[in-house]
Design a protein around this ligand. Structure first.
Ligand code: PAF
Length: 305
């Protein structure tokens, strides 16, 4: 299905047309997406937003599928947000393929793709950012200190531009979901943040746009990350309560594969991301590791009886 691209017709709303079922509309201008959402809402339609950075995979598509079941109008945003990358990270090389993304979204019946330009999202004099406090500094924040400031800022901007009823995020980026919920609560953003399950490859590897960076060998080894999370779950299910023991056995399993640098294995019980020493209830195990040259994250909820 071919994407429809129209950026420059003279009058507002410039590139808005009623969804035809012939593939998503590609909107690049903020005022046009605002007008489209306004029009939908005036017609009594509910709006669902799936924020993404493109390079879509089954995980993103499952978010869209959920949005489509819950909302009348589905919007996927595609914007590789520079402010959430640190200078040494992969912003320049981050995978980008809008044509492929549009085709995938077309197959699923997405109504609108909002793909703003960098200049539109960040004016040269852009100065304001959203700091979510301590929850942005722990776990991922220890290794990527400016990451969540960038995420919270762009997500708030997207929420402002696309005033959706619901926004959809994957649980794979667990800390991101906590950060977004905190930001929405603190700043009274009228949107319902929905968190959908992690989608995995058949062997358990969590789907991620960065998986394309893995060599065949790294790809084989990366599976141990989800296996180590399953091990944590099994240990908790069989009565092990001590986090230090579970962490040691997970680390051992990962080390046995070799060539993987674990940055953290954290056990947290709630939205404050406070570390726990014992599994006394639902606990998220989150980890980050560098496999070859690729940094991967994953997590699992354990201790649910
Ligand atoms: O999860 C992502 O892809 C990004 O962090 C997000 C939420 C689209 C913000 O840029």
């Amino acid at each position: 299905m071919r994407p429809t691209i129209s950026e420059s017709a003279p009058k507002k709303p410039r590139d808005w047309r009623e969804p035809t079922g012939d593939g998503p509309q590609l909107l690049v201008e903020s005022e046009v997406v605002r007008a489209a959402v306004r029009k939908a809402r005036q017609a009594g339609k509910s709006v669902g937003l799936v924020p993404t950075m493109g390079a879509l995979h089954e995980g993103h598509l499952s978010l869209l599928e959920t949005a489509k079941t819950e909302c009348d109008l589905s919007i996927v945003s595609i914007f590789v947000n520079p402010t959430q990358f640190s200078p040494q990270e992969d912003f320049r090389n981050y995978p980008r393929d809008l044509t492929r993304d549009m085709e995938l979204l077309g197959r699923l019946g997405c109504d609108i793709v909002f793909a703003p330009t960098n200049d539109a999202m960040y004016a040269p004099n852009h100065a304001t950012s959203v700091d979510v406090g301590p929850i942005g500094q722990m776990l991922e924040g220890e290794f990527r200190p400016t990451h969540f400031r960038g995420v919270a800022t762009i997500v708030l901007k997207l929420f402002q531009l696309v005033s959706a009823d619901r926004a959809y995020f994957g649980r794979k980026d667990y800390q991101q979901t906590i950060v977004v919920r905190q930001m929405v609560a603190d700043l009274d953003v009228p949107i319902d943040v929905r968190v959908c399950p992690t989608v995995r490859e058949a062997d358990g590897l969590a789907m991620s746009s960065r998986n394309v960076y893995l060599s065949a060998d790294d790809r084989r080894r990366a599976v141990v990350l989800s296996k180590s999370l399953l091990l944590a779950e099994q240990l908790a299910n069989s009565g092990e309560r001590d986090v230090a023991t579970i962490r040691r056995l997970m680390q051992q399993e990962i080390d046995n594969v070799g060539g993987i640098n674990v940055q953290y294995i954290a056990f947290v019980a709630d939205a404050t991301l406070t570390p726990v020493a014992r599994i006394d209830g639902p606990t998220t195990v989150a980890l980050a590791a560098i496999v070859g040259n690729t940094r991967l994250i994953d997590n699992m909820l354990i201790g649910v009886t």
